[in-house]
Every structure is written in C-alpha cells, then in structure tokens.
Design a protein around this ligand. Structure first.
Ligand SMILES: NC(=O)c1ccc[n+]([C@@H]2O[C@H](COP(=O)([O-])OP(=O)(O)OC[C@H]3O[C@@H](n4cnc5c(N)ncnc54)[C@H](O)[C@@H]3O)[C@@H](O)[C@H]2O)c1
Length: 346
C-alpha cells in the first residue's frame, strides 16, 4: 500500500520533504497545502501536479490521507494539530512542536485522547553518527561516560536564498529553532534524562536576530553525567565549526564535524581511531529514515518514533533553560516538569 501524506508547508524545509516523498517508493502526496500560492506553484514545478490547497481545513475535507506532515512555522501548529486530530489522522510535525510549553502539552494530550499518533521531526537522531554515539555510550565501550562538551559555532547566513525569515523576529530563535536539536541529541545519544539545567542566553551586538542567538547551558544528566553546551548563530567567522566530545572512564568519544567524523581514543593512546559510519546525506537520508519508521509504526500499529510525549521532555528542557537564564537559578527538571503538568508521579 502506498502511504498518502498531506503535506502542509512548502517552504525551505518543505522542499526537502518534497524531495523525500517524491522519490519514496512507498509514499505519495495525498495533497499539498500552503498559505502562499507562489510556494504551491514552485513546489508543483519541482515535484509535479498534486491536489493543492491554501487552507488545511479545505484540504482535510477534500483529500483522503493516511497522515498529515506539518512543515509550517511552529506558531501555527496548535491550530493545525486541532484540525488534524479532529479529522482522526496521525501527525508528523516539524520541531519545535510549539513555542509555548502549555500549547505543546495540549497537542500531546489531544493526540492521546483521540488516539492519533503524533511524532516530531527529530531527524538528526537518525544520522549514523548520532546512532553510533548512542551505541558507544550505551555499551560503555570507553567505560562510563562522565562529562561532555558540545560546541556549535555558526554564522547563520540569513541572506542565503531559501532561508526562512521568522527566526529573525521570534523570541529565543537559537534555543527554540537550533539548540532544541542539540539538546534532544544530548538526551537521545546519552540515553538518559536531564536532571538540572543552568543557562545563559544572549545576543551579541552584531547579531541580525531580534532576540538571543547564543545559548550556553550546563546540564546535569542522570548518573552524574555533566554536559557543557554552547551554540551560536552569530559566530565571528562564517565557517561552521562543530565538536562534541564525551570523556569517559577509559577514553574519549569525539565527533569533529556536524554530521560525521566520529573517533574514539583510549586514555593512553596518541592517535584517534575513526568509527566507520554509513554514507548519509544530512537532512535527506536521516529524515527519510524517520519517515520510514513513522510509516511502519502506523502500518503495524506500534508507537511512533520521536513521539510528541517524548518531545515534551526536550521542549521542557528548552523552557527550563530559558527560566534558568531569566532567574539566574539552577532549574531542577523534575520540579519543572511537575510544575508544568508534564510529570504526575511524586
Ligand atoms: N528538522 C529539520 O532538520 C528542520 C530543518 C529546517 C526547518 N525545520 C522546521 O521546519 C518548519 C518550517 O521551517 P521552514 O524553514 O520551511 O520555514 P519557511 O518559512 O521557509 O516555510 C514555511 C511555509 O509554511 C507556510 N505557511 C505558514 N503558515 C501556514 C498556514 N497556516 N497554512 C499553510 N501554510 C502555511 C508558509 O507560506 C511557508 O511556505 C519549522 O518548524 C522549522 O523549525 C526543521
């Protein structure tokens, strides 16, 4: 059976999804939706003729879909999710699920009450490098992980054609658009939850963003694993530099490029040993793997990957970090989740 997807949002990221679905042997477009007719025209010119709508409600009335894919800016996700669940359909929504934790919780609770599967687009979990770090940590290959340093330096060139523009004016663009991926990877690859967070976020004088484009967090994870995180979209050099180092009892796990270049080294060794990784085109192959997992889960009636419920933990971490910055306090995640109705147990 070919899986019919109603794709909503045909912008920068929507075109990547367009390529993935257009090339997918087991999936097709039930229809496409964008509020901007020019975006619909450009999408059709690139990927072919499909039933097209400027409004999600009309599309849900007119087409037969197996799931909805939301690739719209996050501020519209709550209204769109309400329509999708009222139509009884599964939803795969791009991150962040919303820009407000209570709204995100509302979406998750609504999905659960309507028994509609809900997944969030955390495709970087599917990068071979992320999967390999997760395995190395889980298997204690270099001994128990003790502390990590995660550094992402970028000068995000918003003049580049096709770049989205809403991050320029939103609150906390770095935290909610970019660091959210990194904090999610820290949870996912280390295979444990964050217990406490300290944070500073700020905006350098030359930033083109209206709000904070730099984030620095100190995270304490379960088992005493400490992580020092820095992410910036306003680096002083227009070259992306990435390093994620995990120091373990008997050595180090070292990722030296954003989507690849993983090595290990034992404490007394002089040279790094590369970890072989499968070929991967970032943003496409990882997203295709997520989509495949999502489709299979729905067809087999299993829980979907990157569930909305799980995403609440990453989103809660982002908002707890923002609170830590606002108050100058170290935030206890359990207390924060309880305060926001995300955790019921004492
Ligand atoms: N997972 C990833 O790797 C990744 C990468 C890039 C972007 N994203 C996410 O994808 C989402 C979209 O980002 P983008 O870069 O494509 O933004 P964009 O601004 O380029 O495109 C958004 C599109 O949504 C359309 N739209 C807005 N409101 C709509 C509505 N109510 N109904 C129908 N269409 C509407 C706009 O007309 C536009 O075409 C964001 O949440 C972003 O964080 C994820």
């Amino acid at each position: 059976m070919v899986f019919r997807i109603l794709q909503v949002g045909l912008g920068n990221r929507g075109r990547m999804w367009g390529r993935i679905i257009a090339d997918h042997p087991g999936a097709t477009f039930a229809g496409i939706v964008d509020a901007d007719p020019a975006r619909i025209g450009a999408f059709k010119a690139e990927f072919g003729e499909f039933a097209a709508f400027e409004d999600l409600e009309a599309a849900l009335r007119e087409v037969r879909a197996d799931a909805v894919l939301l690739v719209t800016p996050p501020d519209g996700h709550l209204d769109q999710a309400r329509l999708v669940f009222a139509a009884g359909l599964p939803l795969l929504a791009e991150k962040p699920l919303t820009l407000d934790l209570a709204d995100a919780l509302e979406i998750v609770v609504l999905a659960e009450s309507q028994a509609c599967p809900l997944a969030v687009g955390l495709n970087f979990r599917y990068l071979p490098v992320s999967q390999a770090i997760r395995r190395l940590v889980r298997d204690n290959t270099l001994g128990a992980a003790g502390f990590g340093t995660f550094n992402y330096h970028r000068n995000r060139d918003w003049w580049r054609p096709g770049m989205n523009t809403y991050p320029l004016t939103m609150l906390h663009p770095m935290m909610l658009e970019q660091s959210i991926h990194h904090l999610d990877l820290i949870r996912f690859c280390y295979g444990r939850e964050v217990e406490a967070v300290q944070c500073r976020s700020w905006n350098p004088s030359w930033s083109v963003y209206a709000h904070d484009a730099n984030v620095s967090c100190l995270l304490t994870l379960e088992g005493g694993l400490e992580v020092d995180y820095l992410g910036t979209w306003t680096g002083g050099w227009n070259e992306l530099k990435f390093q994620w180092r995990t120091d373990c009892e008997d050595g180090v796990i070292l990722q030296q490029e954003l989507f690849s270049n993983l090595s290990t080294v034992r404490t007394d060794e002089k040279t790094l040993t590369p970890v072989p990784l499968a070929e991967c085109v970032p943003f496409l192959d990882d997203t295709r793997a997520l989509l495949d997992d999502f489709i299979t889960a729905i067809e087999e009636g299993r829980p979907v990957p990157c569930s909305g419920r799980d995403h609440l933990n990453t989103l809660a971490l982002c908002f707890a970090a923002i609170e830590a910055d606002d108050t100058g306090r170290r935030i206890d995640m359990r207390e924060f989740r309880r305060r926001h109705g995300l955790e019921v147990s004492a």
